[in-house]
Design a protein around this ligand. Structure first.
Ligand code: URA
Length: 205
């Protein structure tokens, strides 16, 4: 194939990785989902945002974090002084995991097996994107990046050392903020998410 002259080595490597992923037959979740939702953003990038798995809207559009959680994430990013266009955004799992309730597709929580299935692809993305910091949004992302099941309240705002002088920061998933039982809790959680993103930005600089 002819290479796009505007494409750097990292973008090219990501494209190759994504092509291999889409051709791979190893994903049980691929059977029922619309498509694989790949990471988006710049590469290399000093900040990688890691979510859980695509939701309803992401599955249909083929882009990560474009639904309600994505809108809240965008707002939190801009409050933290981070432009979405200058980070790399991806998910621990690249396919939507859901169960049918009537005709409705209802999001399911990934298990350890799901995290393991996608692990080589996540590590492939990290090797190409070379982030200084990976912000783990929620417990599934935290598990995928640290290799350990972590309790959120005990670990939110904490940094974990990864390989190659890279760090992971654990924070709330935007959907968790959205699902708060009342407005006061929601505001508190949102402010913590913004503060964590600010910390990530300061480390990435
Ligand atoms: N939630 C996630 O974890 N990822 C998305 O891409 C959308 C919603």
């Amino acid at each position: 194939p002819v290479l796009d002259p505007d494409m750097n080595d990292a973008s090219h490597a990501l494209r190759m990785l994504n092509e291999r992923m889409q051709a791979s037959m190893e994903f049980p979740l691929a059977v029922h989902s619309t498509q694989a939702v790949l990471g988006t953003g710049i590469a290399p990038a000093s900040i990688m945002l890691l979510g859980e798995h695509p939701g309803e809207q992401e599955d249909l559009a083929g882009q990560p974090f474009i639904g309600p959680a994505g809108k809240l994430l965008n707002q939190a990013l801009s409050e933290a002084g981070i432009q979405r266009g200058e980070v790399y955004v991806t998910n621990a799992l690249k396919h939507y995991k859901f169960k049918l309730q009537g005709t409705r597709r209802v999001r399911m929580l990934p298990g350890l097996g799901d995290i393991r299935t996608y692990q080589p692809w996540l590590q492939g993305e990290i090797a190409i994107v070379q982030p200084r910091i990976v912000v783990a949004l929620g417990t599934v992302a935290a598990h995928a990046i640290t290799g350990t099941a972590l309790e959120m309240e005990a670990n939110r705002g904490k940094l974990f050392q990864l390989q190659e002088n890279r760090q992971a920061l654990v924070t709330y998933h935007p959907s968790f903020v959205l699902r708060s039982q009342d407005e006061v809790t929601k505001k508190l959680r949102y402010e913590k998410l913004v503060a964590d993103l600010r910390l990530a930005a300061s480390i990435a600089m």
